[in-house]
Design a binder for this molecule. Structure first.
Ligand SMILES: [Zn+2]
Length: 285
């Protein structure tokens, strides 16, 4: 993967370098084609899977415009969090562009449900996110099942970006039997057995999985194509509910408006964040 600077109004766009005449895939909700194990975007035959952690880092770092070149169908998992992407963006630098930054401001509450789980967007100052989970696992009793944070680059980098994706040993076995998560392991995920964390180093935060769910939500909500002004709340949400929430908001014209802040400018990478640096960055995290 190589990240490259892009012009104002380009947005974040994925490019499959390995496919001949493959169309570019914009990081927008209308291109979501699968949300089962992560968020996958696609046009025609072209697919890009697991876009959420990279988009989360772009949202966190204020990158509105970028090209993401890939030589395969998936964004690299790295350590399972967004921290390597954050370091890559920091290394490249973010340049303020001449274009005013537009936002999606929520005007009415929008809510989607799936069984007991739900996710909602409601009006609010700034952008706040809160997650409540219901994981029936002893390791979650200690760290708690909830986390709330007010979005800013500082809060994102400090509280959210380092939280890794997670899984349970019994699920990993089932997934492998079905040919999934073949590259998954202790180097890019927190793994729980029936009682505790299997990873030698333990957790990065007591409620790391809950924070990772917020990392995912930040990435999924960035598929609005612009930063959000409002309040995100949920109970046990994931990629599928987040995608439905974004679509529901866009569908209801009275529930949102586009606002352009004269003082805020769009951001783009100053120079390419080179793929060759990723390996050493992963070792740092
Ligand atoms: Zn994730």
């Amino acid at each position: 993967m190589t990240l490259r600077p892009a012009a104002p109004n380009n947005g974040v766009v994925f490019r499959r370098e390995d496919m001949s005449r493959a169309p570019d895939i914009p990081a927008r909700h209308d291109f979501i084609v699968d949300t089962r194990l992560g968020t996958t975007l696609g046009i025609g035959e072209a697919r890009v899977a697991t876009v959420e952690h990279l988009l989360s880092a772009f949202a966190g770092m204020g990158v509105d415009n970028a090209w993401v070149e890939l030589d395969g169908p998936e964004v690299p998992a790295l350590d399972g969090s967004a921290s390597a992407f954050v370091l890559l963006v920091e290394e490249a630098g973010v340049e303020e562009q001449e274009t005013p930054r537009s936002h999606v401001r929520v005007l009415e509450e929008v809510r989607v449900e799936q069984g007991r789980h739900w996710a909602a967007l409601s009006p609010g100052e700034g952008f706040t996110l809160s997650y409540r989970g219901d994981f029936a696992h002893p390791a979650f009793a200690r760290g708690g099942q909830a986390h709330e944070f007010e979005f800013s680059t500082g809060a994102y980098v400090e509280q959210i970006s380092r939280a890794r994706t997670f899984g349970f040993l019994h699920e990993v076995a089932t997934m492998r039997r079905h040919g999934l998560a073949l590259g998954g392991g202790l180097h890019n995920a927190v793994v729980f057995d029936d009682y505790r964390v299997v990873n030698e180093g333990g957790l990065r935060y007591a409620n790391e999985p809950i924070r990772h769910k917020l990392l995912d939500a930040v990435g999924d909500l960035y598929l609005l194509g612009r930063p959000l002004i409002g309040r995100y709340r949920c109970f046990g949400s994931g990629h599928t509910l987040n995608a439905r929430l974004v679509r529901e908001l866009m569908k209801r014209a009275s529930a949102w408006e586009e606002v352009t802040e004269v003082a805020a400018r769009t951001g783009a990478l100053r120079q390419p964040g080179l793929a060759g640096h990723l390996e050493s960055i992963t070792e740092l995290t």
